[in-house]
Ligand binder design. Structure first.
Ligand SMILES: Cc1cc2nc3c(=O)[nH]c(=O)nc-3n(C[C@H](O)[C@H](O)[C@H](O)COP(=O)(O)OP(=O)(O)OC[C@H]3O[C@@H](n4cnc5c(N)ncnc54)[C@H](O)[C@@H]3O)c2cc1C
Ligand code: SF4
Length: 470
């Protein structure tokens, strides 16, 4: 274990953030990573529990957390890296943006602050890159079978990574101009700087994976084309069909889906062209973000950086409790209020609010009519007399995603869907079509990066079994 008495001697220490004033001037990462000696001390807090809930229940990737904590505490960073990479192909993504379900189930968290697992993970992988330990790993033997991976988000990357390690010839087809799905176009730079994903792609290319961008399967490539040339196909197209708010006035200009807004900011930062007529920008505007989740929070941080006049974030659900709710006791993922770095930067956040209509002037949105709701067994109920209006020149709808929706891939492949409208698969991750597999949000629905990576890993193993049996 770390240090026998470490959990009694040391308090949890988190990274500092750059000041709010500095952060709002740029889109760079907000956190300042901890120094190595701080990380070693944090690792010393691990109790090497008899039943490590962090590993067995918390982490979807089943990261072997007590072992790498112990190795870091004993200054054996390279060994810690090897342990981490056994289960997690991309710790540099999860170490930055995972909500860390491992920490929510850490045993120390019952009566103390949990071990700072996420920052230890990030420190290990960044040390690996700094020290030159992250060199390309080539398969011992190249196999003749070819696999097409459609989509380059975390699920597609994880699938490609594992299948390439097995020795298969892997090509990833990506519709967008640049790789990495929501890691590139959804998640803002202040949470995940894009040099991090570029560095990983370079490594994967050096390992032999080929990437083709600007190729939409279903439009540029047909199912027949892929089935004729590849021994297996893995679909990892995500679940990017946004949930709409169909209330009067929805057709007004200035009301956009959150992803259109966020992806434009990421494109701007990477020098990708945006059609001026389609530009969505918050500068000088009254912005209302509808939806209280992570995507909404990313819209708040981005609007503030663009220089919005006012930013509101409305959520229909009631405000969660400040501490873990009794309905989600340890080691469950806690229902509780979470304030992101964006929320600390500004904006006015409100709960139990419903939007009844939009009104405008000259075809552009100018105002929202809202009301307060109360929650009971039958769902939300409007509180009569609680109506209010709020000025808005830009409304961003961040109410979640409904599945792969109109993705051409779904029609082209003519696959069966599950009850939630995502692509149906069996326990081997195979869709209703032989040799066509699916992973990530496209089958699970909108979720987390860590789950997409794990699903990609599991799917790759099923594909390998399938090919071995052919
Ligand atoms: C704004 C936002 C912020 C988020 N923040 C976090 C966070 O902080 N932490 C976290 O854990 N999760 C976060 N998530 C969720 C996370 O990003 C997703 O769960 C994850 O990216 C899903 O991975 P995926 O590979 O399944 O799909 P995606 O990342 O959606 O990738 C799918 C890829 O497939 C491509 N594609 C689709 N159709 C085709 C086709 N026909 N042909 C070729 N290519 C195609 C798409 O262009 C895309 O690149 C966030 C999501 C959003 C929207
Ligand atoms: S649950 Fe927490 S204290 Fe126990 S082994 Fe995991 S990280 Fe260490």
């Amino acid at each position: 274990m770390g240090k026998d008495t470490g959990f009694m001697e040391y308090k949890r220490k988190n990274s500092d953030y750059r000041t709010k004033e500095q952060r709002l001037k740029d889109y760079n990462a907000v956190a300042i990573p901890l120094e190595d000696n701080d990380i070693e001390e944090q690792a010393a807090r691990c109790m090497n529990c008899g039943i490590p809930f962090c590993h067995g229940m918390g982490c979807p990737l089943a990261n072997v957390i007590p072992e790498f904590n112990d190795l870091v505490y004993n200054n054996r960073w390279h060994d810690a890296l090897n342990v981490l990479l056994q289960t997690n192909p991309f710790p540099e993504f999860t170490g930055r943006i995972c909500p860390a379900p491992c920490e929510a189930s850490c045993v120390l968290g019952i009566n103390e602050e949990p071990v700072n697992i996420k920052e230890i993970e990030l420190a290990i992988i960044e040390k690996g890159f700094e020290e030159g330990w992250m060199s390309p790993v080539l398969p011992a033997k190249r196999l003749k079978e070819r696999v097409a991976v459609v989509g380059s988000g975390p699920a597609g990357l994880a699938t490609a990574y594992i299948l390439n390690r097995y020795g298969y010839d892997v090509i990833v087809f990506e519709h967008s101009k640049q790789l990495c799905g929501l890691l590139r176009y959804g998640i803002p730079n202040f949470k995940l700087e894009k040099w991090v994903v570029d560095r990983r792609i370079k490594l994967m290319e050096a390992e032999g994976i080929r990437f083709e961008t600007g190729v939409e399967v279903g439009r540029d490539l047909s199912r027949r084309y892929l089935q004729d040339r590849f021994n297996a196909i893995v679909l990892t197209g995500g679940a990017q069909e946004p949930r709409d708010l169909k209330v009067p006035g929805r057709e007004l200009d200035g009301i956009h889906f959150a992803m259109s807004f966020l992806s434009q900011q990421n494109m701007r930062l990477s020098g990708e062209a945006i059609n001026p007529e389609d530009e969505i920008i918050a500068t000088g505007k009254n912005v209302v973000v509808i939806g209280g989740g992570d995507t909404g929070s990313d819209c708040v941080g981005t609007s503030l950086r663009q220089g919005a006049k006012e930013v509101y974030q409305f959520e229909i659900m009631p405000e969660p409790p400040a501490e873990r709710s009794e309905s989600t006791p340890w080691p469950m993922w806690p229902l509780m209020r979470r304030d992101s770095s964006s929320h600390q930067e500004g904006g006015d956040r409100r709960w139990s609010i419903t939007t009844e209509s939009f009104s405008g002037d000259g075809g552009c949105v100018k105002e929202l009519k809202c009301a307060k709701v109360e929650w009971g067994g039958a769902g939300p109920k409007k509180i009569e007399g609680s109506e209010f209006t709020v000025k808005a020149d830009l409304v961003l709808l961040a109410m979640g995603f409904t599945g792969p929706g109109r993705n051409r891939l779904v029609a082209e492949m003519a696959l069966e869907l599950n009850q939630r409208g995502n692509i149906k698969c069996d326990e081997n991750h195979m869709t209703s079509r032989d040799g066509v597999f699916v992973a990530g949000d496209m089958t699970a629905g909108a979720s987390l990066v860590v789950r997409a990576i794990e699903d990609g890993k599991q799917t790759a193993m099923s594909v390998a079994k399938y090919l071995a049996n052919q």
